[in-house]
Design a binder for this molecule. Structure first.
Ligand code: ZN
Ligand code: ZN
Length: 314
């Protein structure tokens, strides 16, 4: 079938992107879905910083690639062998397909699925195929989703069925921002009832982490961002305190506020200074989690003593 997708042909274009326009909207041919694949009519898609990380070359991917990895839609046709979904089902895409059979999937760590990671690295669907072509030349898929499109072919293992009464524009956020932010707090850390938490970086992922912290019963939620508008939003959705970690004395203030650091700190800002702040703010025996994408050449410097030994009192 014919459809339209947003394609990236070249990374590292000059900013501003409003002038260089790295994404081109193109009419393409979507192949019929293969084994365990379906066609989804995209109803909503979110723009995430990870899309920008491909566009600016921070996380290079094979090109040309049809971008977008946070989307929701409706299943409109099925390939052979599909049992999990039917036509008319509403679905959210997950940017990490899980095969269900590898050692990670079988031990409850589907986010580390090895065939899923390999397919994502190769820019194919989970089965190893590409289904988008223009004049016979195939485009790569972005994390099994390629959601900046009118339609997408996807593996059933990249899709989660949702209730039909959930609005698509809200459902789409569960494909990346909510999954990443809430998952970091409740699965990766995991935050225990009554723990204190620091959330650094208040984009869609960080704000979702605040929801996760509330749901998990955090006793004290501190939110940090350089942008005062984002700090205001954090307060309005449940953060107890907000800080600007770039300000002189911010770490000392946090230490006083928490009585020596937080139980859990989660970082989504993408700057090494932010990750360093999150680590320094974590109390002895606490946990620091990062899901950000700093530049691959960036390095976090840690003293081994700071990992294993007591923190200096501020
Ligand atoms: Zn994302
Ligand atoms: Zn797997």
């Amino acid at each position: 079938m014919k459809t339209r997708v947003a394609v990236l042909h070249q990374m590292h274009l000059e900013r501003p992107y409003t002038t260089s326009k790295p994404l081109k909207i193109e009419e393409v041919i979507l192949d019929d879905p293969g084994f365990n694949e379906v066609v989804v009519k995209i109803k909503a898609a979110g723009l995430c910083h990870s899309d920008l990380s491909v566009i600016d070359g921070n996380r290079p991917r094979p090109l040309p690639m049809a971008l977008g990895h946070e989307a929701a839609g409706e299943v409109i046709s099925l390939g052979p062998g599909v049992k999990k979904l039917k036509v008319g089902d509403h679905v959210v895409f997950t940017f990490l397909p899980s095969c269900g059979a590898c050692s990670y999937c079988q031990t409850g760590r589907a986010a580390l699925c090895e065939p899923g990671a390999e397919a994502n690295g190769n820019g194919t669907l989970l089965g190893g195929h590409k289904r988008i072509n223009k004049d016979g030349s195939y485009y790569f898929h972005h994390l099994g989703v390629s959601g900046f499109a009118e339609h997408a072919v996807a593996s059933v293992d990249s899709l989660v069925k949702i209730d039909a009464d959930i609005p698509f524009e809200i459902a789409a956020l569960f494909g990346c921002a909510v999954m990443t932010g809430v998952g970091a707090v409740v699965n990766t850390a995991p935050l225990k009832f009554g723990d204190s938490i620091l959330v650094v970086g208040l984009g869609g992922v960080g704000l979702s982490a605040i929801f996760g912290a509330k749901a998990a019963g955090a006793s004290q939620i501190i939110a940090a961002d350089l942008n005062p508008e984002k700090r205001k939003i954090a307060l309005s959705i449940g953060a107890h305190h907000v800080i600007d970690s770039s300000q002189e004395g911010a770490l000392e203030d946090l230490m006083k506020l928490t009585g020596g650091g937080v139980d859990v700190s989660v970082e989504f800002a993408g700057a090494i200074s932010a990750l360093d702040f999150a680590f320094q703010a974590t109390k002895r025996g606490g946990i620091t989690v990062t899901a950000a994408l700093p530049h691959p050449d960036a390095r976090l410097q840690l003293s081994p003593e700071s990992i294993s030994w007591t923190r200096k009192n501020p």
